[in-house]
Every structure is written in C-alpha cells, then in structure tokens.
Ligand binder design. Sequence first.
Ligand SMILES: O[C@H]1[C@H](O)[C@@H](O)[C@H](O)[C@@H](O)[C@H]1O
Ligand SMILES: [Fe+2]
Ligand SMILES: [Fe+2]
Length: 312
Amino acid sequence: MAPSALEPVSFYPERDGLALENLSDDIDAVNVLKATLKKENPMLSKSSFDAEKDKTQFRQYEAACDRVKNFYREQHEKQTVAYNLKARNDFRAQTRAEMTVWEAMEKLNTLIDESDPDTSLSQIEHLLQTAEAMRKDGKPRWMQLTGLIHDLGKLLFFYGAEGQWDVVGDTFPVGCGFDKRIIYPDTFAGNPDHDHPIYGTKFGIYSPGCGMDNVMLSWGHDEYLYHIAKAQSTLPKEALAMIRYHSFYPWHSAGAYYELMDEHDHAMLEAVKAFNPYDLYSKSDDVPSVEVLKPYYLELIDEFFPNKVVKW
Ligand SMILES: O[C@H]1[C@H](O)[C@@H](O)[C@H](O)[C@@H](O)[C@H]1O
Ligand SMILES: [Fe+2]
Ligand SMILES: [Fe+2]
C-alpha cells in the first residue's frame, strides 16, 4: 500500500517495531559489514602509520628553516593565472625527453627539494620508501606503482623550470581567492592576482560545484606528471587523482575549497587521503636499498607503462 502523504515514511520498513535490546546486534552487523567493505577495497584500509608514528613531527612550517620559508614566499608571489596559462602552453608544445621510468628516477636523484622540511634523503629513496610502505600494508599493485612514481614530475626542474617554485611545494588553485588554510597564507599579499577584481574574489573564474577537473591548480610536479600518466599509463582514475592532488594539502588535509568539488571529486578525495600517509610518514623510515628493490619495481613499471620509453 502506498504511504499517505501525511504519514511518515520509514526508511527501514523491515525494522519497524525493532526492540531496543536488538540494537547492539545491529551495531555488530554494521561493524562486520564495514570490515568486509574494507577488505574488498584495500586501497582504503588504514595505514600502519596510524598506530606507529608521531604525526606532530611532520610539516612543522612555523619551525621550518629559512630555506623552506623563502621557497614558499617566492612560490606564493609568482604562481599567477598568467604564469599558469603560459606553463600549460609550454608543456603542450614539446616533448622534453624520452626515457624509461627507472631512468627518470635516476635522473631526478640530484634534486634537493627546497620546500620539504621533513626529509634529507634523495628523491629515489623517497619514492622507494613510499612504495615500500604501501607494499608492506598490502596495497594494490597499481597503488604501489603510484607511490613509486608520484614525485617524478619534479623532472620539470631540469626542463626549463624557472626555479623550484614552479616544480615543488604544496599546490592551490589559481584564478580564485587564496584560502587562509594554505601554509604561510600572508605571503600571498605579494601575488599580483591577490587584489585582482576577479581572481581575488572567493570563486574567481570558477563556480560552486564546478569540479576539480575544471580548476587550474598551481603548476608543478603534480600537474605535469598527471598529464603524462594519464596519456601514457594504464593507471586507474584513483591513481591519477593521487598524482594530481597529492600536494594539494589545503584540500586533502585542511578541508579548503570543498565548495568547488563535484560528486566525482568526493571519491577522488578518499583516494588521495588514503595515499597521503605513505607519502608523508614514510619519510622517517629506514633508507631503502635501491639495488635490492630494483628488480621488483622494474616489473611493476612494465605492468602499467606499456611503452617502456616514456615521453616526458
Ligand atoms: O615539500 C613537499 C614536496 O615538494 C612534495 O613533493 C610535495 O608533494 C609536497 O606537497 C610538499 O609539501
Ligand atoms: Fe610531491
Ligand atoms: Fe612525495
């Protein structure tokens, strides 16, 4: 019988008249269901870092050295809409190099990331630490590979970057107001877009719910590698989101810019959040042995990059 307009509709018709003492059984059932769901999606299961690490030891920007502070002042002053349009044009206009993923990891190894307060290890070691932590936690192979390559976009530094400010560091949208939850928010006062009549407003060139695919994130290693992986690998969309947004801390960790998201972005945010602990908290793990791990990862790379030689 259809419910009359005046009667409340029960969303749980089979539970109408449920006795209170059965409630704890229901809670157990929900917990079992949650565990089963997690098993089916190991990407989302908790990282082992949750119990092991003192997370307050990471990303301490107020206490950071001048190298880090100076880096962010420059990045925040120079990442403008005009620069971002130019960077994307330059990117599309050429292939910078052709080499395998492993060769790219070796090439990147000489870069010391000025924005990073948490590691003094080389890039190859950081990539292996990230991937190894995922492997130990039983994460899917595609996710391990994502961990292995996620910072390879820093190669940009060797191919016409203007410095490190357009390669590394946290990212944020350009073309709309800079959110206070970005680290060192006051340094945006020196950005020419800060007081722009459109770019300086809350939504700027965007509209509520427009979706992150339509948002221009500050140009750097995330955006660059995202385009390469999207075109040349068989990685799933969750992996591409992990790559594109892994430095977007104001979004995935501080909760800013949610008003720009569309429905698809909510699922992608979960993927990025599942990725983040491996990137950040593995930085204090033991130094991995490159030569010992190389055969395992060479095979993994081949699985997702059908053309061994990648166009960078
Ligand atoms: O300093 C780091 C580093 O540059 C990372 O590669 C980047 O992903 C982080 O967002 C940033 O905080
Ligand atoms: Fe990164
Ligand atoms: Fe990283």
